[in-house]
Design a protein around this ligand. Structure first.
Ligand SMILES: NC(=O)c1ccc[n+]([C@@H]2O[C@H](COP(=O)([O-])OP(=O)(O)OC[C@H]3O[C@@H](n4cnc5c(N)ncnc54)[C@H](OP(=O)(O)O)[C@@H]3O)[C@@H](O)[C@H]2O)c1
Length: 305
């Protein structure tokens, strides 16, 4: 597995991150096998959140990997906080409580990265800064990031937070490519010209913040997988054509498309299928040509001005 530097940190991480939101769909033995396969593939970066499976995903993962000091040294653990029932909560108290909960469930004493999960409009940047300082000085969290945030929200945090924001986890796939389409349609009179995210793609590039595309195989908001889906005939035909050329699967090409972007992204994949996990990891060896990248982009129905 190819590796990359995560944001401004010194962490050298795999280019594909294993999302654990769906690990509670596996039986114990299956989860053990899945995690073991990931490690053998060099996919040792695991993405969690306090809320996945109501906390059970972190526990299932820790059991599946047989967490101990030796294992802990060999993996990267990222978790998230800030989503609560009916609200978002970036209060100091909630951040600290949430991290303690994740550490307990993950059976570890530190997170490599903590992300603030979804913007909380009641955020007090000073409180977040206090929470981050406490977490950093106690050794509970080594690096910090955000998720689903636009540039101004990050700037607001940075008014008080002194640690670098190393990652921003955002929804992005071939069929959810707003942040890319927007950049093609500057000042045009079409929908793609509407700037929905404050130019987050360029902002992250400018500030060395790693974009972690979540749901890289979904269209809509968890509406389904676009691969092999009759709703996207042209896209699937194009992806299959490229996949045939490289003698890999369509899954590999969907991730290779994200990795081809020079923003240096780290997709967070959600499959719990070992075959597909292997296919996702293979994408790290494939560099799509400019023609292939644009061909796939257009086949998804995205138009160039
Ligand atoms: N920051 C955020 O707000 C946020 C939001 C959502 C998710 N996430 C993170 O992102 C990760 C990925 O999200 P996701 O699970 O929605 O992403 P995904 O990788 O787009 O979707 C994975 C799901 O699609 C299924 N699938 C079916 N056919 C597939 C194919 N050909 N290739 C790949 N998958 C196929 C998988 O089933 P199989 O298991 O059978 O392959 C699995 O259920 C999560 O685990 C979580 O860590 C973050």
């Amino acid at each position: 597995m190819r590796t990359m530097k995560l944001g401004k940190s010194t962490l050298e991480v795999p280019v594909v991150s294993v999302g654990c939101m769906r690990i509670n769909s596996l039986e114990k033995a299956e989860a053990e096998h899945f995690v073991q396969t990931a490690l053998e593939l060099g996919a040792n970066f695991f993405d969690h959140a306090d809320i996945y499976g109501g906390g059970t995903c972190e526990e299932i993962f820790a059991e599946a990997i047989h967490m101990n000091d030796d294992i802990r040294e060999k993996i990267f653990l990222q978790s998230k906080c800030g989503i609560r029932e009916g609200m978002f909560d970036f209060s100091k108290e909630h951040i600290l409580e949430s991290v303690d909960g994740s550490l307990k469930r993950l059976n570890t004493d530190y997170l490599d990265i903590l992300l603030l999960h979804r913007p909380d409009t009641l955020v007090e940047p000073e409180e977040v800064a206090e929470a981050f300082d406490i977490l950093e000085s106690s050794g509970k969290v080594r690096h910090f990031g955000v998720s689903n945030q636009n540039p101004m929200q990050i700037e607001l945090l940075m008014k008080s937070v002194k640690q670098a924001i190393v990652a921003n986890q955002l929804q992005l796939s071939i069929t959810n490519a707003n942040m890319i389409s927007n950049g093609f349609n500057v000042n045009m009179e079409n929908d793609s010209a509407v700037n929905r995210d404050g130019s987050i793609l360029d902002y992250c590039r400018l500030n060395d913040i790693t974009i972690q595309p979540w749901s890289p195989f979904q269209y809509g908001f968890f509406d389904g997988v676009f691969l092999g889906n009759d709703k996207f005939p042209e896209l699937n035909q194009k992806i299959d054509e490229v996949a045939n050329k490289y003698e890999v699967s369509n899954t590999t090409i969907a991730i290779a498309w994200l990795l081809r972007h020079p923003a240096n992204m780290q997709p967070v994949i959600g499959t719990m299928n070992e075959g597909r996990l292997k296919d996702c990891c293979k994408s790290s060896n494939i560099l799509l040509t400019r023609e292939e990248w644009y061909g796939i982009y257009r086949a998804a129905g995205n138009v160039l001005p």
